[in-house]
Design a protein around this ligand. Structure first.
Ligand SMILES: [Zn+2]
Length: 79
């Protein structure tokens, strides 16, 4: 359980728990006919290393979580 919660920075090799890192979720807004529209495309979460301040993308855990939720919704709707 503990090993999957440890993140490692690919730049400086810093290892820490999820709480040690900062997260940036980038959302792009578009202005369409004087109204702000949210971008449809999903973006991965950018993880920022507390030691070297480099950002890197952490896609796998979120991707698995998302597909798991989608699968569960589909099963629920079909029954
Ligand atoms: Zn680092």
């Amino acid at each position: 359980m503990s090993e999957c919660k440890v993140l490692k920075c690919p730049f400086c090799g810093f290892e820490g728990s999820r709480e040690d890192f900062s997260y940036i979720y980038e959302v792009t807004l578009y202005l369409v006919d004087s109204e702000v529209e949210k971008e449809e495309r999903e973006r991965p979460v950018l993880v920022v290393c507390p030691r070297c301040k480099q950002g890197f993308f952490l896609e796998d855990p979120y991707f698995k979580l998302r597909t798991g939720m989608l699968y569960r919704n589909r099963v629920h709707n079909s029954t």
